[in-house]
Design a protein around this ligand. Structure first.
Ligand SMILES: Cc1cc2nc3c(=O)[nH]c(=O)nc-3n(C[C@H](O)[C@H](O)[C@H](O)COP(=O)(O)OP(=O)(O)OC[C@H]3O[C@@H](n4cnc5c(N)ncnc54)[C@H](O)[C@@H]3O)c2cc1C
Length: 401
């Protein structure tokens, strides 16, 4: 009998297993994958995510993987670009874009080192219940055997299509339709300056350095054009590059190192993240468009919030249900403004309203406020704080804080 079984062992599941094991709980975490392994997703870790890795003692391991620190961010809207360094999170000034083969392995190893038991190639196919209460999992091993394990609580950290969420019929709310689709590839000999983000004609381009001296370049298109993109992946990818001649030139003088990978799995939703004997963390509980690259950092935050809630509940300081309700409340309070901001950006529309154009013009030449504007994307400056009417007025007037 475990205290907790975690299904899914990546950005949400592995840190949750680590933090619970470090508190002395008996934890089993399972994944149908083996590690290291890749996923078809982006992987930019914002400073806020880096700050949590540092707190957990894992940032140095990431830095030692030769993943370049990325301190500058450029937002290029076509008519003009804003470039700077978003404010730090705690004392972490840089973001990092580690390959998921690197990051997820670091996270999994940390959980195992903390005492959590890992089972790879172990696929959940059902939950065990006692009436309404979830009491364990049934899973298939790589040898094809079905195993049953019991726990006080089962956590679904099994991604957007969470089977745990489906089996417990977790209610979904705040849903918005998927807005974007993305194709990416990795390039050698393509220099970049920090993170470069371009918006042109309802297409996005994001480029930054990753492990092994490679540069990842993603193209984002409106979700409804996914099938059109797929009719000629390389052609459409390169056509999107051509919208930004300076980047296109660098790409054309570099060499594509890997195949193209793409996805349209960009749904926007919240799920109720707890019930009798179960909880959800990471993409399983809440998902938004990758346009603001927050998913990994969000998963790290929720791993901490959920661990705290379970510790409060298991130790009897509060009822487990109350503690988990507080987890949901804190998660939603932390993400709601960014959720709306992300969905707006995911329309991939170049800024056109007179107010926004005036604001962007006022930011030019004001490096402090430009950095804070970029911090809204990074998540180090709260969106409501920056876009508060009095703050916008102050920037327009050229007043200092
Ligand atoms: C195109 C794209 C680009 C993105 N770019 C970024 C970015 O730059 N920065 C950022 O922060 N976020 C980005 N994200 C979001 C980010 O990838 C996710 O938020 C993050 O991976 C969530 O981690 P997770 O652990 O919740 O889920 P996942 O990473 O999906 O992991 C879920 C795990 O559960 C396992 N699993 C699933 N079902 C079962 C089962 N039945 N039994 C056993 N195991 C199971 C899977 O094998 C998997 O290992 C991007 C997403 C997309 C789609």
């Amino acid at each position: 009998m475990y205290d907790v079984i975690v299904v899914g062992a990546r950005c949400a599941g592995a840190p949750t297993a680590t933090l619970l094991a470090r508190k002395g709980y008996r934890v089993l975490f399972v994944d149908k994958a083996v590690f290291p392994s890749d996923v078809v997703n982006g992987y930019y870790v914002q400073q806020i995510g880096g700050a949590r890795l540092k707190r957990w003692g894992l940032l140095e391991t990431l830095q030692a993987s030769n993943c370049p620190p990325l301190s500058t961010l450029t937002f290029d809207f076509g008519a003009f670009a804003l470039s700077g360094a978003p404010p730090s999170a705690e004392d972490v000034a840089e973001g990092y874009a580690p390959r998921r083969t690197v990051l997820d392995k670091i996270l999994v190893d940390a959980a195992v080192n903390a005492g959590a038991e890992l089972r790879e190639e172990c696929t959940l196919h059902d939950l065990v219940r006692d009436g309404e209460q979830v009491t364990g999992i049934r899973a298939r091993t790589k040898e094809g055997a079905t195993i049953t394990e019991h726990a006080r609580l089962v956590i679904g950290a099994d991604g957007t299509h969470s089977l745990v969420a489906r089996l417990v019929q977790a209610p979904t709310y705040n849903t918005k339709p998927a807005l974007t689709c993305w194709y990416a590839s990795h390039w050698s000999s393509v220099p970049t300056d920090g993170v470069e983000f371009y918006l042109r004609q309802r297409r996005a381009l994001i480029a930054c350095g990753t492990n092994d001296g490679l540069t990842v370049v993603l193209t984002g298109w409106p979700h409804e054009e996914f099938h059109a993109f797929r009719t000629d992946i390389e052609g459409n990818y390169m056509k999107t590059m051509a919208l930004v001649p300076a980047l296109n030139e660098r790409i054309r003088s570099g060499k594509r190192a890997e195949r193209f990978v793409g996805t349209a799995e960009t749904a926007n939703f919240f799920r109720k993240p707890y019930g009798p004997g179960w909880a959800l963390v990471g993409d399983a509980g809440y998902h938004k468009d990758p346009a603001t690259a927050q998913g990994i950092s969000d998963s790290f935050r929720d791993a901490e919030l959920l661990t705290e809630a379970l510790d409060v509940g298991f130790s009897g300081r509060q009822s487990l249900e109350e503690a988990l309700a507080e987890y949901e409340r804190q998660r939603n309070a932390a993400v709601l403004p960014m959720y709306e901001f992300t969905c707006q950006l995911a329309n991939l529309a170049e800024p056109s309203s007179p107010e926004i154009l005036q604001l962007l013009a006022a930011l030019r030449g004001n490096q402090t406020e430009t950095n804070r504007f970029l911090g809204t994307w990074a998540g180090t400056v709260p969106v409501p704080e920056f876009f508060a009417p009095e703050n916008i007025q102050r920037i327009m007037n050229g007043d200092q804080v």
